[in-house]
Structures are given as C-alpha cells and as structure tokens.
Design a protein around this ligand. Structure first.
Ligand code: GLP
Length: 262
C-alpha cells in the first residue's frame, strides 16, 4: 500500500486526476470504478479541467459506480445515478451508455444486484477503482461488519452514514434506509485502487484502515490485502497516522509503485 500525504483537498484532486489521466492515456478503453460522496469531486473537476484543456479525452472510457440508494425515484437529486450523470458522464464527456450505476428502483432488487455483477464481468472487470471512505470506515456502502467476501447486494445503511449523508438531501427529507452496493469482494477484484480522503473527520477511520488490523469492523482495512492500492490523503485526513515519516520518505525516494512509475 502506498500512502501519499498532500497539503490539502486541491492537491489530492490534482494528484488523483493526474494518475487517472495517465492510466487513461495508456489505456483509453479502461474501466474506471467511480465513487460518489464529496471526496472524489475535486478529482472529477480536475479531470474535467484537463479535458477542457485538450490534455486528455475519455471518449472510450467505461465507468461503473459503486452504489445507489434503494427506493429513490431515478431523477431524485440525491440519487447517485443523477450525481454520476452530472459530475462524471456530462463533465467528462462520456458516452452515457458507457456509464453504469446499480438500479436502486428495480422491481427485483436481488436480480438487479446479480445483473450488476454480470455487467462488471462482461466489461472485463475494473482497471482502476476510485474510493472514498466513510467516517466509520465504510467503502462503497459496505458498512462495518460487512462480509469481507461480499458481492453486490442490498445493505442497510448505518445511522451514522444516514446522518452524514443527510446534507445531500432536501431539508426534511429522510435518507433511504437501504442501498445496493458492490461488495468488498467485488471491489477487491479491481486491478488497482486509489482511495481519496480529505479532512479531519476521516482521520480515525484512515488510521484504522491503514495501520490497524484487517477486520470487518473497519471495511477499508481489507485494502491491506490488495496488491496495488494508493491512499491519497490530505494532511488533516492523515493526522492520526503514526508512520507518517515512513510514508513521506517513501514519496521522496520511491516515486513509483512495485517498480512501475506512478
Ligand atoms: C458515501 C458513499 C461512499 C463514500 C463515503 C464518504 O456514503 N457511499 O462511496 O466514499 O460515503 O462520503 P464523503 O466523501 O461524502 O465523505
């Protein structure tokens, strides 16, 4: 696991966008796994800026979102389908047919989960998965005590996650109780994973994920088992890590991962 600590959110977005742009230039038909929530938005905006400059294009890129609320109307402003369409599909000039989000309003939700897994497999799997992290250590919507081998399925959201995400909903409207999310086993099949996090509110979860034991109590800790993970953090998000000298010296002396330039 590579841990990159940068000054603030702008640097996190620029660093992660540059990494995605490099991967996309090398492999224009790459499959990008996308997270929602506020954490990766700076990255998507920076990618949109690079595209507007003519530095990169994403004409052939395919994307799969991690998760979706269950039971929201498709056009609800807080649905991840709507957020992804605005912040990724439109902003990066992607073909709408190349962008998939789980169907949280399907009549048969279990079938929708199986279909989503099948579409990931048919696309050849995810080349690069972008993740955020919840304050309780969740990735996607895999709350604490999720099975470390789980696949795309229906999950109940924790009270903390529902409270944290209330800011994305119109006043007075409650956050859905359930979601569809890629499982931890599904996420771990991505060939490369980059987790982005900013702010002190994430510091405790990140310390548990990066330096704690691998445990379903902190789902993001499972990333310790993945062969190619980069954590891109700002100073505040990294503030409860204890091995920061080691991570920083790594950055100075080894600007590559497993022998390959980053
Ligand atoms: C959300 C999403 C996750 C996201 C996390 C953190 O609920 N399902 O994919 O990474 O929680 O959200 P934020 O980035 O807004 O803090």
């Amino acid at each position: 696991m590579e841990v990159v600590i940068l000054a603030g959110p702008a640097e996190v977005g620029a660093h992660t966008a540059a990494l995605i742009a490099r991967r996309s230039a090398a492999s224009p038909e790459m499959v990008l796994g996308i997270a929602t929530g506020s954490s990766p938005m700076g990255t998507y905006r920076e990618l949109a800026r690079l595209r507007a400059q003519g530095t990169v294009d994403f004409d052939h890129m395919r994307c799969f979102a991690l998760d979706e609320y269950v039971g929201l109307p498709r056009q609800h402003p807080a649905s991840y389908g709507v957020v992804v369409a605005r912040e990724v599909t439109t902003a990066l000039g992607l073909e709408p047919a190349n962008v998939s989000t789980p169907d949280g309003s399907a009549a048969d939700l279990h079938q929708a989960c199986r279909d989503y897994e099948a579409s990931l497999t048919a696309a050849g799997g995810v080349d690069l998965q972008i993740l955020g992290i919840g304050r309780n250590g969740h990735i996607g919507f895999n709350e604490p005590m999720s099975s470390l081998a789980s696949r795309t399925r229906i999950k109940r959201l924790s009270a903390q996650t529902r409270a944290d995400n209330a800011r994305f909903f119109p006043p007075g409207e409650s956050v859905p109780t359930h979601c569809i999310t890629q499982g931890l086993g599904t996420i771990m099949e991505a060939r490369e994973i980059v987790l982005v996090a900013q702010g002190e509110a994430k510091a405790k979860a990140l310390a548990a994920a990066i330096e704690g034991p691998v445990a379903s109590a902190c789902p993001a800790s499972l990333l310790q088992f993945h062969p190619h993970v980069t954590m891109v953090l700002d100073e505040a998000a990294a503030s409860q890590l204890t091995l920061t000298d080691h991570y920083r010296s790594d950055e100075e002396s080894t600007p590559c991962f497993a022998g390959r330039p980053l």
